[in-house]
Design a protein around this ligand. Structure first.
Ligand code: TPP
Ligand code: MG
Length: 367
């Protein structure tokens, strides 16, 4: 059976929960397989440090990604250099692989506007906090690229919650009708803050929604990085060079779980059981790939220790660099969005300036 043309309930898997091979391993050089492992470890360690910084008051609200590394790294490895990625707010791991530095991601969540400035060569759209808005953006960019005669794929990430938004329908419908070279990648992590997957949609699967748009839908084990790579690579190739009877777009549903809170402002213990979290932790993508790589002789204790050191140093250096940037002036919240400030924001800025003048900055910092 081809990777994409299958029943959406038939979940693609290459490594089982113990790292045993149960499907065809994608044809990737060993260097890339080890690279995937390193990047997943980097994403995990970055995440743990970022949550800790927030808890220490050294960073603002932050959305953790632990548990979702397999989906992020596996999928982003499937892009070619000139392809594009459209993130939500949780894809720091994937963005890093594309060349958005850890320092820049830290600056973003520390409240620096500079953190929003994506290096042009990364081909990554800015973070989208409003749910699903990036979906029609990706469709539009993909369609425009095709009209220009380019051969590029546009990988768009969003959550299970995003599938209830009008933007999801509009983006996928348009992509189907105009045959846009887009890959819609749903990170189904089972929760949209406190709303469980079964309250999100009565559809049996999210992948099955593809039928409504006349495009292919495929479900994959999102905690199996090799399976994720395989389906995303097939979708990227099809987006650029479809077979005679194929439409370019694909909807991928990657089944996974976020181990942590929705954001550092959320307390998941009030809406989900610890047992559920433990069950999903048994599917952790990192030890799974590590077991496979050790079995094929690509990793041993020394190499794992070397990668762990490398990752810890990279994150520590990025934190030091980000914290050495002077804190942004609060007035910056009024800049960078509009070329000309609208009247209501001009008034708010004047009010802010007056309050600042009267009470001083110290008053704003008080709890
Ligand atoms: C248009 C819009 N509505 C509501 C919100 C508030 N909100 C932020 S995250 C979130 C849940 C999103 O869940 P999901 O799409 O599953 O993504 P996840 O956070 O699980 O990755 C909501 C409702 C928002 N940011 N934008
Ligand atoms: Mg979700």
């Amino acid at each position: 059976m081809s990777t994409l043309q299958r029943d959406p309930g038939d979940r693609v898997q290459v490594l089982d929960e113990n790292g045993e091979v149960v499907g065809d391993v994608p044809d990737l050089p060993e260097e890339d397989l080890v690279g995937m492992y390193r990047d997943m470890k980097l994403a995990r360690h970055f995440d743990q440090r970022a949550v800790s910084l927030q808890r220490q008051g050294r960073m603002g609200t932050y959305p953790p990604l632990s548990g979702q590394e397999g989906a992020q790294i596996g999928s982003v490895y499937a892009l070619d250099e000139h392809d594009w990625m459209f993130p939500s707010y949780r894809e720091h791991g994937a963005a890093f692989v594309r060349g958005v530095s850890l320092k820049r991601t830290l600056l973003y969540w520390m409240g620096h506007e500079e953190g929003n400035k994506v290096p042009p060569e990364a081909n990554v759209f800015p973070v989208a906090v409003p749910i699903a808005t990036q979906i029609p953006h990706a469709t539009g960019a993909a369609w425009a690229s095709r009209l220009k005669g380019e051969e590029k794929a546009f990988l768009c990430y969003f959550g299970d919650g995003a599938t209830s938004e009008g933007d999801f329908h509009e983006g996928l419908n348009f992509a189907g009708v105009f045959d846009a070279p887009a890959v819609f990648f749903c990170n189904n992590n089972q929760w949209a803050i406190s709303v469980p997957r079964e309250r999100q949609t009565a559809s049996e699967t999210i992948a099955g929604k593809a039928d409504a748009y006349g495009v292919e839908g495929v479900q994959v084990d999102g905690m199996d990085p090799l399976a994720v790579y395989k389906v995303t690579r097939a979708a990227v190739e099809k987006a650029k060079a479809p077979g005679e009877d194929d439409l370019r777009p694909t909807l991928i549903e990657a089944i996974q779980y976020r181990f942590g809170a929705h954001t550092t402002a959320d307390d998941p213990t009030v809406y989900r059981d610890e047992d559920e979290v433990e069950q999903w932790k048994a599917k952790d993508p990192i030890p799974r790939l590590e077991t496979y790589l050790r079995d094929r002789g690509a990793l041993d204790d020394d190499r794992v220790a070397g990668i762990t050191d490398e990752v810890e140093t990279a994150v520590a250096d990025a934190i030091e660099e980000a914290e050495s940037v002077a804190r942004p002036d609060p007035e910056e919240i009024f800049t960078h969005v509009f070329a000309e400030l609208p009247d209501h924001l001009t008034e708010q800025r004047a009010e802010f300036e007056a309050l600042r003048e009267k009470y001083g900055d110290e008053a704003f910092l008080r709890e």
